[in-house]
Design a protein around this ligand. Structure first.
Ligand code: NAD
Length: 519
């Protein structure tokens, strides 16, 4: 692969991958097993967030091109669903090996387009790869129960694929989130039309090529690029049966309502404001390291970032040490091996983080560490901000809004109960973590807190793929989680068969009209 040290600003990815560009060319679509140029006249520039160099241009795919992608997925469906389960498993086994072999190239594309550090970008790929690895176990996980319910009578469930499905992805995990849907949708026998984020499509294009090399027949996975128009077409197209969405509240609510109004299954993961509860009995060094890592890692652009710390009782005295840790973090290009934080995705994201961080001053809060004025000498045009730590309260903008940047909000509480109440009153319910040495405290917190993912002394408790990703309150719309058993349910519908194979022919000629009770 292209090591970050060997080629610090790797520009030669495009020589190897058919769908991507890194030198101002164009990103292609992947339809019917071909990487095709769009005929559109509308393009979106993708900038290197550390330098503003235009890396590629993303097409606003035309309605005719979109139609062809869905038609391709619809044509591929009957053959793919008839492919044996072992055949689909074999494709997953090859895909996981290919992803592992080409992890560095995918990570390079992510660091280039998205900005996160190369080490973090590899984690992005790895968390997606783990979903593929778990999908390889489909021959066991899709096993259903069967029962003889009466004499000569059996009941069993057939879990059948839905048909054409779609995925609409956010910018912040360019590999992991496409890999929540690609393996789970296809291993269950569905076909897929995937729309990457228009800000960083490169990882999806490389993954599409790897799907092809893994032996996925043409049309099983299609990638179409674009923005709002393509999303609306996905919501409206009658051939698409289900939509997986991950992204912001506004887009997610729109897609959920428009998609479900058209009779589709829609799962939508939305925004977050994840609180860390810092108890005074915590292992202090572990807790502070973990909170700093989860608040500032990926420059705060993770949906599971810990963006609020609720300091309980005497733990508030440790905040000065948190500030000291945050000051040590190095902000620079994600290709720099010393980088802790890369740039934010766009100049607008940077402006927003700066404004929300500063808003505490006018609203009665305090800035304890001010990263707003950070300037990179090496990358003066980059979308960088330094880590900030601010004191705020519910009702202030910096607390109420998802900042999605390296600004940690500190809230004080007197007790575990008060901390839990703060979290449960927040509009979001994605994840939360508690740091304590008490099992009883942790257990009470687990039970009382209304979020999807809970960490006990674990800062970023993203469930491994044998479990499912879930959410609570404003962080989710729809009722099936991503990956794990939830995804098997999302991507299949159940037929429950009750069959009677009498061992002897009937002798009576009188029909019964009563409701059969089978008892
Ligand atoms: P975004 O909503 O701007 O974009 C997501 C997708 O929706 C993109 O493909 C985009 O093209 C499309 N889109 C954007 N605006 C649209 C509109 N008005 N109409 C139709 N489609 C639209 O989100 P983002 O900025 O790429 O991602 C960051 C957000 O995603 C954050 O809020 C973060 O918390 C959230 N997120 C949540 C999870 C989770 O699991 N809960 C995971 C990752 C990211």
């Amino acid at each position: 692969g292209l090591g970050p040290l060997a080629t610090p600003r790797a520009q030669d990815v495009e020589a190897k991958w058919r769908g991507t560009s890194t030198s101002g060319g164009t990103t292609k679509n992947y339809v019917e097993g071909r990487f095709v140029d769009s005929a559109t006249k509308a393009w979106v520039d993708v900038h290197d967030p550390a330098t503003q160099t235009v890396l590629t241009r993303v097409p606003e795919t035309t309605p005719a091109e979109f139609d062809e992608a869905v038609a391709s997925a619809a044509r591929a469906f009957p053959g793919w669903r008839e492919t044996s389960l072992l055949g689909r498993q074999a494709v997953m086994l090859k895909l996981q090996a290919l992803l592992r072999d080409h992890m560095d190239d995918i990570a390079n594309s992510i660091t280039l387009e998205q900005g996160k550090t190369f080490a973090d970008a590899k984690g992005d790929v790895l968390r997606g790869l783990q979903v593929v690895e778990t999908a390889c176990g489909i021959t066991s996980t899709l096993l259903e129960e069967r029962l003889e319910v009466a004499k000569d009578m059996d009941s069993y469930v057939r879990k059948e694929p839905l048909g054409v499905t779609a995925a609409i992805c956010p910018f912040n995990f360019p590999a992991m989130i496409p890999l929540w849907s690609i393996p789970m949708a296809t291993v269950t026998g569905n076909t897929l039309v995937l729309k990457p984020s228009e800000r960083d499509p490169g990882a999806s294009m490389i993954i599409a090529e790897l799907c092809e090399r893994a032996g996925m027949p043409k049309g099983v996975v299609n990638v179409v690029n674009g923005t709002v128009d393509i999303v609306n077409s996905i919501c409206d197209d009658a051939r698409i049966r289900a939509i997986s969405f991950v992204g912001s509240d506004r887009a997610g609510a729109h897609i959920f309502h428009r998609g479900t109004a058209n009779g589709k299954r829609v799962q939508a993961n939305l925004g977050a404001k994840n609180h860390a509860v810092l108890m005074p009995d915590a292992n202090k060094e572990h807790a502070l390291n973990a909170i700093a890592g989860a608040a500032f890692g990926a420059a705060g652009q993770r949906c599971m970032a810990l963006s609020v710390v609720v300091a309980v009782g005497e733990a508030r005295e440790w905040i000065a040490e948190l500030v000291a840790r945050a000051k040590q973090l190095r902000v620079t290009s994600g290709f720099d091996p010393e980088a802790d934080l890369g740039p934010l995705i766009s100049p607008a994201a940077r402006e927003r983080v700066i404004a929300l961080t500063g808003s505490v001053e006018a609203e009665g809060g305090r800035i304890l560490l001010d990263g707003r004025h950070f300037q990179s000498d090496e990358y003066p045009a980059g979308n960088f901000v330094g880590p900030s730590i601010v004191e705020a309260r519910p009702g202030m903008q910096a607390y109420d809004q998802e900042i999605f940047g390296p600004t940690l909000v500190v809230v004080n509480a007197d007790s575990l109960e008060e901390a839990t109440e703060i979290i449960n009153s927040n509009k979001y319910g994605n994840g939360s973590a508690i740091f304590t040495r008490s099992g009883a405290t942790a257990r009470k917190f687990e039970k009382d807190v209304n979020v999807g993912q809970i960490g006990v002394n674990v800062p970023v408790p993203v469930p491994l793929p044998m479990f499912a990703w879930s959410g609570n309150k404003g962080s989710v719309l729809g009722d099936h989680g991503f990956y794990g058993k939830h995804a098997l349910n999302f991507y299949t519908h159940n037929k429950t068969v009750t069959s009677l194979w009498r061992s002897a022919d009937a002798t009576s000629s009188r029909a019964s009209v009563n409701m059969p009770t089978m008892s």
